[in-house]
Design a protein around this ligand. Sequence first.
Ligand code: NAP
Length: 395
Amino acid sequence: MLGNAMRTSLRAAGRVAVVKGRQQAVQQVAAQAKRMAAPAAAQQVRGLKTLNFGGSEEVVYERSDYPQAKYQEMFKDDTLCMLGYGTQGRGQALNLRDNGMPVIVGVRKSGGSWDKAIADGWVPDENLFDIDTALSKGTVIMYLLSDAGQKMAWDQIKPHLTKGKTLYVSHGFSIVFENDTGVVPPSDIDVVLCAPKGSGTTVRNLFLEGRGINGSIAVHQDVSGKAKERVCALGIAAGCGYLYETTFQKETYSDLVGERGVLMGMIQGAFKAQYDVLRSKGHSPSESFNETVEEATQSLYPLIGAHGCDYMFAACSTTAQRGALDWYPKFEKALKPVFEDLYNEVENGNECRRSLDINSKPDYKESLEKELAEIQGSEMWRAGETVRKLRPENN
Ligand SMILES: NC(=O)c1ccc[n+]([C@@H]2O[C@H](COP(=O)([O-])OP(=O)(O)OC[C@H]3O[C@@H](n4cnc5c(N)ncnc54)[C@H](OP(=O)(O)O)[C@@H]3O)[C@@H](O)[C@H]2O)c1
C-alpha cells in the first residue's frame, strides 16, 4: 500500500506531468500555427475546389477552407464528446484539444483507455468522464469505439442521441451493416463521417509536424442542413489536411477491401510467398529478406510514394524494367479474382459478420496478439529484425 506522503508526491508529479504536457501541446500548437500561416493564406485565395483526378473531376476541401477561427466559431456552443480512446480516438481528440475545440473524452473506467487518457493530460471530471456522463454533456457524439464495441455499446448510446445532436463516426461500418450491428441512428439528428486515411498515430504525428492527413467525408443524415459544412470543419480540426467526398457505403467497402488487400493482407501474403520460394531454392534468410522486403520498403516503395510506379520502374535497370513489365500482368491476372472475391465478401456482409463475431469475444485481444506473434516469430520477420539493425541509421 502507498503511504500518504507517497500518494501526495505521486499526485504532485502527475500534476507536473499534466502541466508539462499542456505546455508542450501549447508550444506545439503555436509552432504549428506559425508553420501553417503562410501556406494557408496563399491557399485561401486559390479558390480551386474541383481537381482533376486522372480525368475525373472531384471536389476537395482543404485546411484553408476552414481556418482555426472559423471552426472554433462554428462549434463554440457545442461540446464534442469523443467516445473511445483507441489509436484513432486519441489522435483526433488530442488534435481537437490542441486546436482549441471544446472536446471531452468519454471512456469506461475499467478498460485501458481511462489511464491512457489521464497520461495524455485529460482530467477526470473536467474533460474526462465515464461514457454516460460524457454523453449527457456532448452535443456532437464522436463514436470512436472499436467497430465491434460500437455494436455492443449502442443501447447505451442511443438514448442520448436526442434531437439537435450530431453523430460523428470515422468508419461507416456500424451504420452500413446496420442489419448486423443494430446501429440505426434516430432520424432527427445529423449523422456524418470523417475517416482519416491512416492510423490514429499518423493522424497525430502529421498534425504535430504541421501537416494534415487525407480524409474522407460523408453525410448519412442532414437534418440541420449544415451537416456537410460541419463535418468538413470537424475533420480539419481533428487533423485532416484534405477531405475527399464519399458516401458511407463507399468508404466502408473501400476501407475493408484496402486493409484486407494491398495495404495489409495482400502485402504480407506476397512477401511471404516470394520469401518462401527463395528459401526453398536455397537462398539464405538475409538474401531472401533483402530481395523481398528490405529493398521494397527502403528503396523502391518510397519512390512510388513520391512520384508513382512508372518513376520507380524508370529508376531501375533496364533488365529490371523488362522483367517487371512482363510479369506485372501475370500477377494482375492471378490477383484480380482474389480481389473480386474479397469485394464480394465485403459487400455481402460476410467480412463484417466475421469481424464482429471474432472481435466481440472476451479474449479477442489475446487471440489477435497470438496471431500477430506468429507473424513476428516467423523466420522472415526474425531475419528482418537483424537486417533492420544493420541499417545505417541504426548503427
Ligand atoms: N485505427 C485506425 O487506423 C482507424 C483509421 C480510420 C478509422 N478508424 C475507425 O475509428 C474507430 C475507432 O478505431 P480505433 O482503431 O481507435 O479502435 P480501437 O483502438 O480498437 O479502440 C478501442 C476503443 O474502444 C473502446 N471499447 C471497445 N469496446 C468497448 C465497449 N464494449 N464498451 C466501451 N468501450 C469499448 C476501448 O476502450 P477500453 O480501453 O476501455 O477497452 C477503446 O477506447 C473505428 O470505427 C475504426 O474503424 C480507425
